[in-house]
Design a protein around this ligand. Structure first.
Ligand SMILES: [Zn+2]
Length: 277
């Protein structure tokens, strides 16, 4: 969603010195964001006034010039009157882009903070570092940073056709471009080649970077690529129940909307084919 007055979100490590005239608070019950039911989200001044107690809070960044904080709420907490808890996935296209970006960072910081209160090596309680986003162990010195899992997503093209597959987890009839996580020790391009071959039996070349998208489910960074069919016949791996090349003007059903990088890749392919490029 965009408008003439679109806000801008910038990632931040340390909060600007207060007091702040206003702040945004993104409060989560596990991975669900507290949002108003019938109106757009607005800066929340005081969680306590809403009857909510925070367990922990993190600085997230700036929405325009207004500091944003994430807040972890207790598991069983009820939403105050007029508000509800929603999964971020269901808020794509409903929340302004900048708010979604901030919320996407906020939920990952909340989850990371909640699950790294103790050292993964020796079990000692960890301490937050001041100048960077990390928790450190006072006993053994291990530093733990928020985890990001890079994944590749790729539009494989053969003339005017695109390779699409169907996971058994997709809604009925829906196809999408292929995707998978990058393995330790692998480049993103290697991951593209390996995933496409594993899932479909197709070999690709001419791999080109397209765009990326933060994908907080739970902590991915989606790296989008285009690639050209090089050789092979469709041979399904373990992850897909179907895969095929589809002509750009005879595509199967794909995920609706235009909020995810899979939709951007398919849309870009169709646009280029229609324009005869
Ligand atoms: Zn330790």
């Amino acid at each position: 969603m965009s408008s003439r007055f679109a806000r801008r979100f910038r990632v931040g490590q340390t909060a600007p010195p207060g007091p702040h005239a206003s702040i945004w608070v993104f409060a989560f019950r596990r991975r669900e964001l507290l949002v108003p039911i019938d109106r757009p989200p607005a800066p929340i001044a005081d969680l306590e006034a809403l009857g909510l107690a925070q367990i922990r809070s993190q600085y997230v960044g700036l929405l325009d010039e207004v500091p944003v904080f994430s807040v972890e709420l207790a598991d069983g907490v009820e939403a105050p009157p007029g508000m509800t808890f929603r999964d971020l996935r269901s808020l794509y296209g409903r929340l302004e882009d900048a708010l979604h970006e901030a919320a996407s960072r906020a939920v990952q910081l909340v989850e990371w903070d909640r699950t790294h209160q103790f050292c993964g090596a020796c079990g000692t309680a960890t301490l937050a570092l001041e100048q960077e986003r990390a928790r450190s162990c006072p006993a053994c010195g291990l530093s733990q940073f928020p985890r990001l899992s890079p994944a590749v997503i790729v539009s494989v093209e053969r003339d005017d056709e695109i390779l699409l597959g169907r996971s058994p987890h997709f809604p009925p009839g829906i196809y999408s471009v292929l995707a998978g996580f990058v393995e330790p020790g692998e480049s993103a391009e290697d991951a593209v080649r390996r995933e496409v071959e594993e899932e479909s039996g197709i070999l690709v070349d001419r791999i080109r970077y397209f765009a990326s998208q933060a994908w907080p489910f739970p902590h991915s960074l989606m790296l989008g690529f285009t690639a050209r069919f090089e050789a092979g016949e469709i041979r399904l791996g373990d992850e897909l129940e179907d895969a095929a090349f589809f002509c750009f003007d005879e595509l199967p059903r794909t995920f609706p909307g235009n909020v995810s990088i899979s939709q951007w890749l398919i849309g870009d392919f169709v646009r280029r084919m229609r324009e005869g490029r």
